[in-house]
Design a protein around this ligand. Structure first.
Ligand code: ATP
Length: 871
């Protein structure tokens, strides 16, 4: 059947492997890709443009506007009704466009964090985007990988897979490659099958892809897996909540104003209704929620350009209030570019370049370094080394002595292996040697020495006496103190070749030590200092040795006067209360396991701190989820950790986290400015309408006026405020209290005070118009003054400082928004065709001068008071 054409039986899988032992060719892969399509699940039901458009009318605002339109119609003002409907449609169109733009930007972020697969193509190992994988591709799997297609195992080494995305079962299942061992496997047997969406939690394997995209098991249940809608961030929820309460309050006040107008001022019911409607339209911050979304989305785009890929929108906010950053050392604070410095074997400590091949113990050290490792050097010109940097350093050591690792490994075939994992801190391989099957192990010195009973010398193995142990520990300490990473090497002859188990990693003959340098990233020092200035504590959490970690932490500025380091064993022996006590002064946690990371995050969170935590390994996922901002490594991180994180560092660099914190702070500050701007403008209109109704005046603004301001002339400066560059002092402030509301007392005072000033200016304009030309001119002058004053007010909201200090040109968008706002206002005031629609009376140049002066007055007062305060 055509559909199942690519579902391979074990025999076919083997044939595939033999036919293409170098994998598919690029041409074959392209052909298959054209046939089966990209390897991805069909997108969940996407909303149609019509549905999104219709959704824009489901708002309280719309109900009020429709009421306004009907009331206008009954009062004989058909033009106004038409304008309101036109505005409603325009608003819905803008909302729809913005929805799809946000969708697109989220998709581009998603694409940046999409998984990759290590395939064998054209005889070479290549890392390609998972969407390019086709049936027949041969994929290498290792711990931490996300399996991106269904496939049959061709070979596996202690492979364990978490299939919870398919089965809901969180326990990892063991998989074996019975296809290669020739065992008869029923086609329905899933022991040798792995499935798209599963995670490799342990071991390694090679698989041949049997199905991709919607043909996979996951694809078949894809409708269940449709990604949930993007959730709102706490800030968005907060503001929605606020808007809801505000709307309710406004309706109550509107009812009050309506009754007051009818009974006290003796207005007609229709006129009183016009007041109530004007008030409702004035008060509801129509643009608020979309402005917040736009500013957050722009923030994520900026962060992505600076290598911080945000996966959850709420991380942008949390980043702004981060108080503690728990960072890995290797690769994040350091360069992860290891070079062998010194070696120790047979009692001799010497430089790596001076290793003596004639010395049996030193030769054995090099042998283990090359065989018990998977890294390869790029032997063709321009080719890069592939593998774990620790292991790359070891094969480089071999290359210094002319030993080509691949040829050497071919002479001593690997029979079995136990992959490295950061819990065990060991890696073992079993080889056929002249002395018979021998287990070679490398790993953390403390772990390996504890499991050794003999020491290899040039005279052969000798018992490992306490004196010899002390000597090895002394060398380790001395090397670690200068910040070098020390790796230990040991061997164990086995009676026969067999599949290795963890129990065999014991009773070793210790061979020696190799120390390597991994210099700190030059930018780490500055970033740690910046974080400190910003009131953020940086803590190093590493699998490395305590002494090495402390030495590096000192170089980078993490470990200072009065600080201390803890290791995993010490941490284990501590109660939570004891940990809470030492937490503030512990700058380094060494030899920790992923479970310890959760304890450390929890301890900081118990103190009420917002914690960012980095992680790259498969077991780091729970800690990443537990942290307020889980940060995964884009280059070296496992797919599992990327899946669990809220942010991915495209460059694995600590300095990028600090930059992201700055951006998070700046996004929050900008949203705050935009909220202040929108609410204070609305407050001005509310106060003016309430005043007019109490004073028995005619309604100062028509609903179309307020809609014009709220949806057009106010939105542009609000977006421009969202693009305000980060203020220089932003990183000199303490982190924001995550529980503090944005609508705090100073904010409310500013909204009220600034609103009052603009409201007063508008009403003065109203009175001038009233005295000169009656109600129509009064309303036109009030409207023009309100619009213009709010445009000027955009500059006040750029920051707490005066505009002289901020610099008028430092945010060009605010100038552009101001310019376009003026243009729109001029169109409404001076284009005869629009005059009727917007119910404006012609203005004389004297009127215009008044409007200009009154509109500028509030901004002038605010700026002068800031200048005086600044001095
Ligand atoms: P981080 O600072 O990111 O936690 P790390 O590299 O120090 O990184 P792990 O990768 O967990 O932490 O390594 C822990 C220890 O395991 C190292 O200090 C080293 O002794 C040992 N180790 C590291 N890589 C290997 C490897 N490829 N094979 C054997 N042992 C290794």
């Amino acid at each position: 059947m055509e559909q199942n054409f690519f579902r391979l039986t074990p025999q076919q899988a083997l044939q595939e492997l033999h036919a293409a032992s170098g994998g598919l060719t690029s041409a074959e892969a392209a052909q298959r890709l054209a046939k089966v399509g990209p390897n991805q699940l069909a997108e969940g039901q996407k909303k149609s443009a019509l549905a999104v458009f219709a959704g824009q009318f489901k708002d309280l605002l719309v109900v009020i506007l429709i009421a306004a339109a009907l009331i206008s119609m009954f009062s004989g003002n058909l033009e106004s009704t038409l304008v309101i409907f036109a505005v409603l449609i325009l608003n819905a169109v803008l909302g729809t466009v913005q929805y799809f733009k946000a969708e697109k930007s989220l998709e581009s972020l998603k694409a940046m964090s999409a998984p990759t697969a290590k395939v064998l193509r054209d005889g070479q190992r290549q890392e390609i985007p998972s969407s390019q994988v086709v049936p027949g591709d041969i994929i290498e799997l290792e711990a931490g990988d996300l399996i991106v297609a269904d496939g049959r195992l061709l070979n596996s080494w202690s492979l364990k897979v978490n299939e919870s995305s398919l089965t809901g079962e969180s326990e990892a299942v063991e998989k074996i490659s019975s296809a290669i061992s020739g065992e008869k496997v029923a086609l329905g047997d899933q022991k040798n099958m792995v499935f798209s969406g599963s995670l490799v939690t342990y071991g390694r394997a090679v698989m041949v892809v049997t199905a991709t995209g919607m043909e996979t098991q996951l694809g078949r249940i894809a409708s269940l897996m449709n990604q949930t809608q993007q959730r709102k961030t706490p800030l968005q929820k907060n503001l929605d909540d606020f808007s809801g309460k505000l709307a309710f309050l406004i309706l109550v006040i509107c009812a009050g104003v309506f009754l007051l107008s009818v009974y006290r001022s003796g207005m007609t019911i229709l006129d009183s209704l016009m007041f109530a409607v004007a008030l409702a339209v004035a008060a509801i911050p129509e643009a608020l929620s979309s402005i917040v979304t736009i500013v957050l989305a722009m923030g994520t785009q900026k962060m992505a350009r600076q290598n911080a890929i945000i996966k959850e929108l709420k991380a942008v906010e949390s980043l702004g209030s981060v108080q503690v950053i728990c960072s890995d050392k290797t690769g994040t604070l350091t360069q992860n570019r290891m070079t062998v410095q010194n070696i120790w074997a047979d009692g001799i400590l010497t430089r790596g370049t001076d290793l003596e091949l004639a010395n049996d113990a030193q030769r054995a050290l090099l042998k283990i370094a090359l065989l018990d490792s998977d890294a390869t050097l790029g032997h063709t010109a321009g080719a890069a080394a592939v593998g774990d940097p620790t292991e790359v350093a070891l094969v480089q050591l071999g290359a210094w002595f002319g030993v080509e690792e691949q040829a050497y490994r071919a002479q001593h075939p690997r029979l079995s292996e136990l992959a490295f994992d950061s819990d065990r801190k060991l890696m073992s391989t079993l080889h056929d040697t002249d002395e018979g099957p021998t287990l070679y192990t490398k790993g953390a010195m403390d772990v390996l020495l504890a499991r050794s009973t003999r020491l290899l010398t040039s005279q052969g193995p000798v018992p490992l006496t306490p004196e010899l142990r002390a000597q090895i520990e002394q060398v380790n300490r001395q090397q670690s103190e200068s910040g070098l990473r020390v790796l230990a090497f040991a061997l164990r002859p086995l009676p026969s070749a067999r599949l290795l188990t963890l129990e065999e990693e014991t009773d070793y003959t210790f061979v020696g030590l190799i120390s390597m340098i991994d210099p700190p990233r030059p930018e780490s020092v500055q970033a740690v200092a910046d974080a400190k200035r910003a009131g953020i504590r940086t803590v190093m959490i590493t699998g490395d040795h305590k002494t090495t970690a402390t030495a590096i932490a000192k170089q980078i500025g993490i470990f200072g006067e009065g600080d201390q380091a803890l290791d995993g064993v010490e941490l284990e022996g501590m109660s939570d209360a004891a940990l809470d006590e030492v937490l503030p002064k512990t700058a380094v946690y060494a030899r920790v396991s992923p479970e310890h990371k959760i304890r450390i995050v929890s301890a900081w969170q118990r103190r009420g701190c917002v914690v960012a935590m980095t992680g790259d390994g498969v077991n780091d996922a729970p800690a990443l989820k537990k942290a307020d901002v889980g940060v995964a490594m884009g280059i070296t991180g496992t797919e599992v950790s990327k899946d669990a994180a809220a942010m991915i560092l495209a460059d694995d660099n600590f300095a990028t986290i600090v930059k992201a914190v700055l951006n998070g702070r700046s996004v929050y500050a900008n949203i705050r400015s935009a909220v202040q701007f929108l609410l204070s403008g609305n407050m001005a209109a509310i106060l003016a309408v309430i005043y007019a109704s109490l004073a028995g005046l005619s309604v100062p603004f028509q609903p179309v006026h307020l809609l014009f301001i709220n949806l057009l002339t106010d939105s542009l400066p609000a977006i421009a405020l969202g693009m305000e560059p980060a203020r220089p002092g932003l990183m000199d402030q303490k982190p924001r209290d995550p529980n503090a509301s944005m609508m705090d007392r100073p904010m409310i005072t500013r909204v009220f005070g600034q609103g009052l000033m603009i409201g007063v200016a508008s009403m003065i304009a109203f009175y001038i118009g009233l005295a000169e030309g009656g109600a129509a001119l009064a309303s036109t002058m009030a409207f023009a003054t309100l619009t213009l004053a709010r445009l000027f007010h955009g500059f006040n909201c750029r920051g707490p400082e005066s505009i002289v200090r901020l610099g008028l040109g430092s945010n060009p968008y605010s100038l552009m928004a101001f310019g376009i706002g003026i243009l729109l206002l001029a169109l409404v005031l001076f284009v005869p065709a629009l005059e009727g629609l917007f119910l404006v009376a012609p203005l004389s140049s004297a009127n215009l001068m008044w409007v200009l002066g009154l509109a500028f007055a509030p901004t002038l007062c605010i700026q002068i008071s800031r200048l005086i305060r600044g001095k």
